[in-house]
Write a protein of this length. Sequence first.
Length: 130
Amino acid sequence: MKTKPKSNPGLSASANKKKSTALSKKEVGGRIKKQYLKGKPECKVTFKLPKEAAANAKSVSIVGDFNGWDANKSPMKRLKNGDFTVNISLPCNNEYRFRYLINNERWENDWFADKYIPNCFGCDDSVVVV
């Protein structure tokens, strides 16, 4: 019987992403959804952090370029299934670095980010391209 690979906090986000590709998006429960608005150069982006990535989380915020890396500006809502989600409208034709802050102490990348870019702290930031 095959077992699902698990995210390893000791690995870089790109290494964890490679491991998680064995899981389908449905199994993991998370992905970034983009809805481009007609008549506006904006994209409504739905970010979702799956419960597997936010085990035992009481609070999750998304922080990034789009909110000045302020953990108080974009708190995420906990869904009944344990996932966390938030919708953010972003100007199009840009790339935005971001990460999830769990319980104001632990950082997590998006398992299905468009790409990853190394940051000055020795790990990777998730990137959404709109």
